[in-house]
Design a protein around this ligand. Structure first.
Ligand code: GDP
Length: 194
């Protein structure tokens, strides 16, 4: 899938800030530092569309990006960063719920995880919340380049066994090597119909 346009639209913390629901939407969620920004950037072939940062932001916003005037990518604030103030942590759930509940155009939630860390409790909450809002979770395990090819497949089977799902449902990704983009785009195009 060729991305000709990838543009920041707006960011916000509550529904009145969000753009009108016109185009099909794909949300991206994951723990802080899991590699979510890198994944979105590599997926759209830009280096700095989503700003990556080593320090956790104290203001967490939901960021919207127009992709090819055909769909909207939504970057949800990362969760689970120990150094984020409690008030920010407490605001995360209601903010995500408010977003999920108000987007009839949302087609899927890409749950970004680290292949080494596997599925944590926080991740499980995000994965399990998707069907409650009528959408599919797409499970992506990034930093797959930290393993050799066979070891990565082994790790994938282990996680699939824990989740009680076929290994084929788990997508492996590497932003540094640019691997896994095709399979992820296939899923995104399937759910958006683009
Ligand atoms: P975010 O907080 O989830 O948006 O994470 P970032 O995209 O900022 O990435 C966090 C750190 O992981 C950075 O140091 C990245 O360079 C590194 N990283 C992200 N994706 C990959 C990947 O696919 N492979 C490797 N080896 N490192 C990655």
């Amino acid at each position: 899938y060729k991305v000709n346009k990838a543009e920041f639209m707006t960011s916000g913390t509550k529904p009145s800030h969000y753009p009108p629901t016109e185009l099909p939407e794909i949300a991206f969620g994951g723990a802080s530092n899991v590699g979510k920004s890198s994944l979105i950037n590599s997926l759209v072939g830009r280096t700095k569309l989503v700003k990556t940062s080593k320090t956790p932001g104290h203001t967490q916003t939901i960021n919207f990006f127009n992709i090819n005037d055909a769909m909207v990518f939504v970057d949800l604030p990362g969760y689970g960063f120990a150094k984020v103030p409690l008030s920010v942590k407490a605001a995360w759930g209601p903010m995500i719920e408010g977003y999920l509940a108000g987007r009839p155009t949302l087609r899927a939630m890409v749950c970004v995880m680290d292949l080494r860390r596997g599925v944590r409790d926080d991740d499980m909450m995000l994965i399990e919340s998707a069907p409650l809002f009528g959408i599919q979770p797409i499970l992506v395990f990034t930093k797959a380049d930290k393993y050799g090819r066979n070891a990565a497949q082994q790790r994938r089977r282990e996680i699939a066994k824990d989740l009680n799902c076929p290994p084929g449902e788990l997508l492996l990704y590497s932003s540094t090597k640019g691997e896994g983009g095709e399979a992820l785009w296939d899923r995104i195009r399937q759910v958006t119909g683009v």
